[in-house]
Design a protein around this ligand. Structure first.
Ligand SMILES: [Zn+2]
Length: 97
């Protein structure tokens, strides 16, 4: 008879999470356009030149009322055929219809 070793999880080992910081998710996409259609509407609110990169970084904010989500978009400086999109936060609404 095989005996199964029971894995015990110690609850005390679980770190207490502090107040949630905005999660960031980054995507690298091969694309000619910089603003990918991700189902949401975005409003550009800033632009910044990036050190050691010929490409500026663009900042967008979700255009939905009261939605805290932001994203920033920049071209990969190593391979400019790729766009890096970083999302911050989560939408408080469904995608646009
Ligand atoms: Zn939103």
């Amino acid at each position: 008879m095989a005996s199964v070793a029971a894995a015990t999880t110690t609850a005390s080992a679980v770190k207490k999470e502090k107040k949630k910081v905005n999660e960031r998710v980054a995507f690298k996409t091969e694309s000619e356009v910089e603003v990918l259609d991700d189902g949401f509407k975005w409003r550009k609110y800033g632009k910044k030149m990036v050190k050691n990169s010929p490409n500026p970084r663009n900042y967008y904010k979700c255009s939905a009322d009261g939605c805290p989500v932001k994203k920033r978009v920049e071209r990969d400086r190593v391979d400019p055929s790729f766009v890096i999109t970083t999302y911050e936060g989560s939408h408080n609404h469904a995608s646009r219809n």
